[in-house]
Design a protein around this ligand. Structure first.
Ligand SMILES: NC(=O)c1ccc[n+]([C@@H]2O[C@H](COP(=O)([O-])OP(=O)(O)OC[C@H]3O[C@@H](n4cnc5c(N)ncnc54)[C@H](OP(=O)(O)O)[C@@H]3O)[C@@H](O)[C@H]2O)c1
Length: 323
């Protein structure tokens, strides 16, 4: 079968599309014919081997797993011994970050209990755009508590892979949503449902005097004191950390800084591929409350070029790959 592989950490230049042996499902595993996958910042992190501490899991000197791709949507082709809940032909999806991250291929193997059924009526392309980034958005939003109708929600970094999902989930809860990103991503944030957008290259939102009930920080570009200025009394802030230092700052000092104005500030513990949350996002997807913003759909051969676009921040929504 054809698969995207690499032998070393590096940029898109280390990627190639190669013929590799078909994977075979072991006991408790399922062979999936991949119909679509999509690119996330996590895929870029796995490609680059960053942060360096993550190489403890992914391979110290070189990647332990040559394959790439965390978002999986496809059809069950074969089930291994002891698999009871799935059968050939079922449409399944998952974030396989913790399960070999090799979905950018014609076939992939995953544990049966990592796979959920794609809701009826949801296409493989839409399904593939969701698991990793959609669940990150759900978890970071949930970490601030329930979003109530009419609350003012700010999504900093609203135009990337996770941001449009965060905007849609907040809108689905009835919030008034403001998205912050480059001006070039304003239309995308509006398409996702943002009521208002701010171009961070022109205006510093932390200095505008506006206050929000909920601040979702995906850009991870500000310190705690400027962020505190954004919060209304009893406001809630949560960080989707991109840097370990920032994670530590917000996790340890966030509660202290927030308490000075009666606000909650902090971060959250990510759980990849949470089954009940994937089902929950699936229901929203099937109901049309969440609609992935898709940059484009490409074949496997385009993957190196698409990684370069992702690294440059040139994508407008999720880049979907149909092997
Ligand atoms: N903490 C955890 O447990 C955990 C788990 C998984 C993933 N992650 C991290 O979560 C991140 C996922 O986010 P993502 O995929 O949505 O990233 P993304 O696609 O890079 O989106 C971030 C967006 O923020 C924009 N931006 C940059 N600086 C900004 C600023 N000062 N103000 C407002 N927007 C700004 C970026 O614009 P440009 O592209 O133009 O710069 C981009 O559009 C990744 O970095 C990943 O490593 C964390």
């Amino acid at each position: 079968m054809r698969a995207v592989v690499r032998d070393a950490y590096g940029g898109s230049e280390v990627l190639r599309v190669d013929e590799v042996p078909d994977p075979a499902p072991g006991p408790g595993e399922v062979l999936v014919r991949v119909r679509a996958s999509s690119l996330n910042m996590a895929d870029l992190d796995i490609l680059l081997g960053r942060p360096r501490v993550a190489r403890v899991f992914f391979g110290i000197a070189s990647p332990r797993t040559p394959g790439m791709g965390v978002d999986l949507a496809g059809e069950v082709e074969e089930v291994g011994a002891d698999v009871t809940g799935l059968r050939r032909g079922d449409h399944v999806w998952a974030d396989v970050f913790d399960h070999g991250h090799s979905a950018l291929a014609e076939r992939a193997v995953a544990p049966a209990d990592a796979l959920r059924r794609i809701p009826d009526g949801v296409s493989f392309v839409d399904a593939a755009a969701v698991p990793h980034s959609g669940l990150l958005a759900l978890q970071v939003l949930r970490s601030t508590g329930s979003t109530r109708p009419g609350e003012r929600v700010l999504v900093i970094g609203g135009g990337g892979c996770v941001g449009p999902f965060a905007i849609q989930l907040a809108k689905a809860a009835g919030a008034h949503v403001t998205g912050v990103d480059t001006g070039a991503k304003a239309a995308l944030m509006r398409e996702a449902g943002a009521d208002d957008t701010i171009d961070f290259t022109v205006d510093d939102v932390t200095r505008g005097g506006r206050r929000f009930d909920v601040v979702i920080d995906i850009a991870d570009a500000h310190g705690l004191l400027p962020l505190r200025r954004l919060l209304a009394r009893r406001g809630r802030y949560s960080l989707l950390a991109r840097r370990l230092g920032s994670y530590a700052e917000k996790a340890l000092l966030g509660p202290v800084v927030g308490a000075t104005i009666g606000a909650r500030m902090g971060t959250f513990a990510w759980r990849a591929n949470s089954a009940h949350q994937l089902d929950e996002v699936g229901r929203l997807l099937a109901a049309g409350a969440v609609r992935p913003v898709i940059d484009g759909v490409h074949g496997l051969d385009a993957v190196p070029e698409m990684f370069a676009r992702l690294a440059a921040g040139d994508n407008r929504g999720k880049i979907v790959i149909e092997p």
